[in-house]
Ligand binder design. Sequence first.
Ligand code: G3P
Length: 215
Amino acid sequence: MDLFIDTANIDEIREAAQWGVIAGVTTNPSLIAKEGRDHKAVILEIAEIVDGPISIETISLDAEGMLKEAHEFAQWTPNAVIKVPMTEAGMQVVSKLSAEGIKTNVTLVFSANQALLAALAGATYISPFVGRLDDIGESGMGLIAEIREIYDQYFFDTHILTASVRHPRHVTEAAKLGSDVATIPYKVLKQMFQHPLTESGIEKFLADWKKYTHA
Ligand code: G3P
């Protein structure tokens, strides 16, 4: 399973890129707005740091507007993946972009039927939001399992990109269920490195080294 970082913060992306574990970046209007900077400038800076796919989300709700934005974003970087919402207009745009060879990420996926529609439209990625489903008492991971089963049964090559990840356990579960990618906030990515036994183990090794090796 690949890991993407779910942020538009350049410092976070730069740091995570150095760890050698992230294969791409996902952004959305909320994440871009949080940075308070020009959309294009942020994306161009991300493209200088990361070689892999960069999801850039459209804002328009109608197909014509979405398509116009998609064509503009696709010029910004060859790594652009056009993120569109799971709507009728969105799927119309996905099928057009797919025919043009432009990669897409269908976002705000909350059901297996939506994932089926996105795959039929030719989406490159779909983003089921597991955290937001958990928030309303549904099972985010149950959805990942259902989509995996459906995609495998019919050999769809649309990639499952687990999104709205809130904690490290979501990442483990997504990996076990065969999600192709998980996009992870910086904070959760940092948490994944941590284990108290790793920390205490390092302390003990160093303490022993100091005691006996240099006597
Ligand atoms: O990139 C979209 C997604 O990951 C949003 O997450 O935490 O706002 O539900 P969240």
